[in-house]
Design a binder for this molecule. Structure first.
Ligand code: PEP
Ligand code: MG
Length: 544
């Protein structure tokens, strides 16, 4: 029988397909007393063997898809499972405490990870996340959850409690038709990913996941409906709606190659936001004029250890080359808050959105920052790269950044490595940056207004908190006034000003932004043509 749930749409569109549940990889481990320690130890070894088998399969898959260097991690994981100290620790905990294998493995994983994290050697510190990872895998096998994740084999509607950025980054995107989550918020990274992928997504859906796997579902990203086992007539009507939608998308394609110009001749740039090198194809098919925001932290989220200068250089160079001279604005890493990476070993914080994140980490750990800057400058030689810094609150920070850049350039000169002088910009995403915008504009070439964080900090509404959906209103006059003020001051100080937060793609505000004098809007690739359409339908000479 048909069942319907409602939720908040974060990207419109219709999806029809099988439902597949995303299982969290980390499960809560309970400590349980057992009677037969030897049988429990046997159970542990069987799970460990199964984990090694899975890792072998992953290794072979990675070898084919991403090459030997990236596949090697799975061999390291297999070796860790064979480590005698690790095995002895698990067995000892089971025997001496008389507890279940899940608890013994999880405890061993925590202890070893802590031990690695406190070592002096950087390579060994990096192994802390690996040992946690293998322990999670074994625990998952022991408690029957498998290795977790998304197991769909055909394009499906992904249903989950919530998704962390580190989880979305590992998804096989070609298998996702839509996202439906219980948690989440409009500006969460899952929502941003849905917009990048041009697929409908609903958040705050209170579904009961029992028995949902494999059933037919419809996601209506216009009305915020999630329908399970649709009746025949409902299915037919949604198939028709989907065909109309495909036709509308086809019509927008006709705007390709046309300028982003208003009826009265005012032209601006429309660029695209990306999270990975793979998104370039979407940027090009949607005819964006450049990349206005490359969220470089996704390179860090996608691996188990700090990406090397070489790895980063290759990624940035590929983007620059593929964009063939068009502007590519790369934002330095914005780790912290909702984007956590184990190997950074960041302390737990009560208030991570206001915590040690983004540029603050870079300024306190310059070795990480310098590696990224070296990679960026080296890649700059191959295209038109601009560099942008997140979470700025003061002029002093920008000056410190410029000092570090000077050192990086001096190193490259000495090593005779070629680079270009990149345009430098900052994200204006804190109220402090807004109010200091006149001074900041004199220090940089451009501003890019991050309305996602600016809304959260201005309205004191955590962007991750689903309960605040009715309060975290990006259209709030306070946010709009800050945008206007920033554009005005940016221009006064000689900087051009764009918007790269999600609000930039909101076509109900395109005219407002144009009237404020915005120079660039950077939006999800799938929104480029819709924004172009809105610009071309605006006449600034009317209704002044
Ligand atoms: C923003 O804060 O508006 C922004 C574009 O950056 P992110 O969403 O990655 O924080
Ligand atoms: Mg931000």
């Amino acid at each position: 029988m048909q069942k319907e749930y409602s939720g908040k749409p974060v990207f419109s569109g219709i999806a029809i397909g099988k439902i597949s549940i995303y299982h969290k990889k980390e499960s809560v481990v309970k400590r349980e007393k057992i009677d037969d320690a030897e049988a429990e130890i046997k159970r542990y070894h069987a799970a460990s063997d199964e984990a090694k088998k899975q890792l072998g399969e992953l290794h072979d898959k990675a070898l084919k898809e991403v090459g030997e260097a990236n596949a090697a991690v799975f061999e390291v994981h297999q070796m860790m499972l064979d480590d005698l100290d690790y095995q002895e620790s698990v067995e000892n905990i089971i025997r001496t405490q008389g507890v279940n294998a899940e608890f013994a493995v999880a405890t061993t994983g925590d202890n070893f990870s802590e031990m690695f994290a406190n070592m002096d050697d950087e390579y060994m510190r990096g192994r802390a996340a690996d040992v946690k990872d293998i322990s999670n895998r074994v625990v998952g096998i022991l408690n029957g959850a498998g290795a977790g994740g998304f197991t769909a084999t055909e394009p499906s509607i992904l249903v989950a409690d919530d998704l962390a950025p580190s989880e979305t980054v590992q998804l096989d995107k070609s298998l996702v038709l839509s996202f439906v989550t219980k948690g989440g918020s409009t500006n969460s990274h899952t929502a941003i990913l849905a917009r990048t992928m041009n697929i409908p997504a609903l958040i705050g859906v209170d579904f009961n996941e029992e028995g949902l796997e494999g059933r037919l579902g419809i996601v209506d990203g216009y009305e915020g409906k999630f329908i399970i086992d649709p009746d025949e007539d409902v299915l037919t009507s949604y198939k028709e709606k989907k065909a109309e939608e495909d036709e509308k998308r086809r019509l927008l394609q006709e705007l390709k190659g046309k300028p982003n110009i208003t009826k009265d001749g005012h032209e601006i740039n429309v660029y695209a936001n990306i999270g990975s090198v793979k998104d370039i194809a979407d940027v090009l098919t949607n005819d964006a004029g450049g990349i206005g925001l490359f969220r470089s932290e996704f390179l860090y989220l996608g691996c188990d250890d700090y990406p090397s200068e070489e790895d980063q250089f290759r990624a940035y160079k590929t983007v620059a080359e593929n964009m063939a001279g068009k502007k590519v604005i790369i934002r330095t890493l914005d780790i912290g808050a909702d984007k956590q990476v184990d190997y950074f070993h960041l302390d737990h914080e009560d208030n991570p959105a206001m915590g040690f994140r983004a540029i603050r980490i870079c300024l306190k750990r310059p070795e990480i920052f310098k590696t990224q800057l070296r990679a960026l400058y080296r890649a700059s030689f191959y295209g038109n790269i601009s560099i942008m810094f997140p979470m700025i609150i003061s002029v002093d920070e920008v000056r410190k950044i410029k000092e570090i850049i000077k050192e990086v350039k001096a190193e490259l000169d000495e090593e005779k490595l070629p680079y270009k002088d990149c345009e430098l910009g900052i994200m204006v995403e804190t109220p402090a940056a807004v109010w200091m915008s006149e001074e900041l504009a004199k220090e940089v070439d451009f501003f890019s207004i991050g309305t996602n964080d600016l809304t959260q900090y201005t309205l004191a509404c955590d962007r991750q908190n689903a309960k605040l959906e009715d309060f975290a209103d990006s259209h709030h006059p306070a946010v709009l006034r800050e945008i206007e003020y920033t554009i005005k001051n940016g221009h006064k100080g000689g900087a051009w000003v764009g918007i790269c937060g999600e609000l930039g793609a909101d076509t109900s505000l395109t005219e407002t932004f144009l009237r404020m004098g915005v120079d660039e809007l950077s939006v999800s690739p799938s929104r480029v043509l819709a924004v172009r359409d809105a610009i071309r339908n605006t006449d600034l000479s009317v209704g002044q």
